[in-house]
Design a binder for this molecule. Structure first.
Ligand code: NAD
Length: 488
C-alpha cells in the first residue's frame, strides 16, 4: 500500500481550501481496508450561500471572456489533469477502492478528454440567423448562470469533469457536490482549474450529504442542477428544483440488457460479458447486468466464460495487477450480498470468480464476483439495479422475444447487441428502449458520443455536441425592418 494517506478534506470556495463549519459531519473510509481515514464537517448553509454569491460574481466576468480564451483555459486544465494523473488516480483509489489501473487508464483519461473536448468546442458556440423580408431574426446563445453538479461515488473525478467542462465552456459558474463517500478528488480539480486560469469562484466544491445537496437544489441563485445518482434521489431533486424551475440533467440508474446472438465468437462474447459486469466491481451505471444468450449458444458461451474467470484478480486496489477492487462501503456490500442471497433463494445457479483478499484487506468491502445461471425475468436480481459484481445470464429463443424482454424494465440507460447480421442490428438498435446502444462492444464512452438514459434512467445528456445546449439558453432577437404593427 502507498503512504500518502489522506487525513482531511475541505471545500473549495473562491479559490481556497475552506474547512466546513456545519454542525453536521461525515466520515470517510478507505474501502480497501475499511479503515476510517477522517471525519469532517459538512459545508454550512452560510458557506453554500457564500459560494453561490461568489459564483455569480465570477460568472459575470467569465461570460464576457471570449470563447477561444475559455477554450484555451479548459485545454490547459486538461493538460494539467494528465500531468497530475497519478496523484488524481491515487485519490480516486483512496475514495472508491477501485483498482489503480482503472483509475489511471479510464477515470483520469476520460476526465481530461472532457475538458479538452469542450475546450475545443467553446469557439463553436453560436446562434442562428433568419433573414426575413420584414426583419432580421437571430438567436443569442447565453449561459444559464450558476449551475450545480451533484455526483455519485463511482466515478467522482470523471463526473466532476463531465459536468463542469461543458458548463464552463458555455460561460457558466459551477458548484460541485461530490458524494460524501468520495470527497477528495473534486478539490484537486478546483486547484487544477485555478492553475489553468479559471477565476476564483467560478468552479467551487462544497462537501456534504443530503443537507448540502438540498441546499443546492432548493437555492434560488442556482439555475441548473446536473445530477448523477439513484432514480429515487433524482425524483426528490426534481421536486426540490421546481422551486425556481431549474434546468435539469438526470443521469440515473440502469439494468441494461446485453444481448448475444449465436453468430458471435464465444471468446468475444465472454470478454464483453465479463467487462460489462465486473469492471469497477460492477459499480457502473451502464453495466450490462442482464446477459441474454441465445439458448443454442449457452454451452459455448459458458465454456468461453469459464476459461477466462481465472483472469479475475481481487486484491490490494493499489496493486497494478488487481482488476476487481472493493465496493464503496460496508452498507453497500451488505446490500449487494443480500441480492446474492436472494438470487440463491430464488433458484439461480452461482459460479463465483476470484478470491476475496485476506490479511490487511480482510476488513475491506470486497464481494466475490458471481455469475448466476438459470435466471428468469421475475427474479429480483434480474429486475433491480444491484450496482455490484453480479451477472445474471438469461436464455432466449427469438429476436422478437428478447427485444420485448430487454425492454420490460422501468430503466433505459444502456444496451448491448452482439451479432454480425446488419439487418438485425438495425432492428435491434431501433427497438431497444435505451439512451445508448453498443453494437459488438460495450461500455465504451468516447467524448463524441452523447451519454445518458431514457425512461427512468433519466434525461439530458453528458458528452457530445448536444450537451452544450443543456448548459446554455437561447435568446431570440427580432430586429425590425418594417413599420410598427398596431391596430391602434
Ligand atoms: P445517490 O442517489 O444515493 O446519491 C447521489 C448524490 O446525491 C450524492 O452526492 C448524495 O449526497 C446526493 N443526495 C442524496 N440525497 C439527496 C437529496 N435529497 N438532494 C440532493 N442531493 C442528494 O446515488 P449513489 O449511491 O451515490 O450512486 C449510485 C447510483 O448512481 C446508482 O443508481 C447508479 O446507477 C447511478 N449512476 C448513474 C450514472 C449515469 O450516468 N446514469 C453514473 C453513475 C452512477
Amino acid at each position: 500500500m502507498i503512504n500518502n494517506k489522506p487525513t482531511s478534506v475541505s471545500n473549495w470556495i473562491e479559490g481556497a481550501r475552506v474547512p466546513g463549519n456545519s454542525e453536521i459531519s461525515f466520515k470517510v473510509h478507505y474501502p480497501g481496508t475499511g479503515e476510517l481515514l477522517f471525519e469532517t464537517r459538512e459545508a454550512s448553509l452560510d458557506q453554500i450561500d457564500e459560494a453561490v454569491t461568489a459564483s455569480h460574481r465570477a460568472q459575470k466576468v467569465w461570460k464576457k471572456v471570449p470563447t477561444r480564451e475559455r477554450g484555451r483555459i479548459l485545454i490547459k486544465a486538461a493538460q494539467l489533469i494528465r500531468k497530475y494523473g497519478q496523484s488524481i488516480a491515487e485519490l480516486e483509489v483512496w475514495d472508491t477502492g477501485k483498482p489503480i489501473s482503472e483509475a489511471t487508464e479510464v477515470d483520469v483519461v476520460t476526465a481530461a478528454d472532457a475538458l479538452e473536448y469542450y475546450g475545443n468546442l467553446a469557439v463553436t458556440l453560436h446562434g442562428d440567423y433568419y433573414s426575413l423580408e420584414e426583419a432580421d431574426v437571430y438567436t443569442r446563445v447565453e449561459p444559464l448562470g450558476v449551475c450545480a453538479g451533484i455526483g455519485a461515488w463511482n466515478y467522482p473525478f470523471q463526473i466532476a469533469c463531465w459536468k463542469s467542462a461543458p458548463a464552463l465552456a458555455c460561460g457558466n459558474g459551477f458548484i460541485f457536490k461530490p458524494s460524501e463517500l468520495t470527497p477528495l478528488s473534486a478539490v484537486k480539480l478546483g486547484e487544477i482549474y485555478e492553475e489553468a486560469g479559471i477565476p476564483p469562484g467560478l468552479f467551487q466544491v462544497v462537501q456534504g450529504a443530503v443537507t448540502v445537496g438540498r441546499a443546492l437544489t432548493t437555492h434560488p441563485g442556482i439555475q441548473k442542477v446536473s445530477f448523477t445518482g439513484e432514480v429515487g434521489t433524482g425524483k426528490k431533486i426534481m421536486a426540490d428544483s421546481s422551486v425556481n424551475l431549474k434546468h435539469l440533467t438526470m443521469e440515473l440508474g440502469g439494468k441494461s440488457p446485453l444481448i448475444i446472438f449465436p453468430d458471435t465468437d464465444p471468446e468475444t462474447a465472454a470478454k464483453a460479458a465479463l467487462a460489462a459486469n465486473f469492471y469497477t466491481q460492477g459499480e457502473v451505471c451502464t453495466n450490462g447486468t442482464r446477459v441474454f444468450v441465445h439458448e443454442d449458444y449457452l454451452a459455448e458461451f459458458q465454456s468461453a466464460l469459464r476459461s477466462r474467470t481465472g483472469n479475475v484478480v481481487l486484491g490490494d486496489p493499489f496493486d497494478p495487477a488487481t482488476n476487481v477492487g472493493s465496493l464503496i462501503s460496508k452498507e453497500h456490500r451488505e446490500l449487494v450480498l443480500s441480492y446474492i442471497r436472494s438470487g440463491l433463494d430464488q433458484g439461480a445457479k452461482p459460479e463465483y470468480l476470484g478470491e476475496i483478499p485476506q490479511g490487511a484487506f480482510a476488513e475491506g468491502y470486497f464481494v466475490q464476483p458471481v455469475v448466476f445461471y438459470d435466471c428468469d425475468d421475475a427474479m429480483k436480481i434480474v429486475q433491480e439495479e444491484i450496482f455490484g459484481p453480479v451477472m445474471s445470464v438469461l436464455t432466449f429463443k427469438t429476436e422478437e422475444e428478447v427485444l420485448e424482454r430487454a425492454n420490460a424494465t422501468e430503466f433505459g440507460l444502456g444496451a448491448g447487441v452482439f451479432t454480425k447480421d446488419i439487418s438485425r442490428i438495425q432492428r435491434m438498435t431501433e427497438g431497444l428502449e435505451s439512451g445508448m446502444v453498443w453494437v459488438n462492444n460495450y461500455n465504451i464512452t468516447p467524448m463524441e458520443m452523447p451519454f445518458g438514459g431514457t425512461k427512468q434512467s433519466g434525461f439530458g445528456k453528458e458528452n457530445g455536441l448536444d450537451t452544450l445546449n443543456h448548459y446554455s439558453k437561447r435568446k431570440s432577437v427580432y430586429v425590425s425592418k418594417a413599420d410598427v404593427f398596431s391596430p391602434f
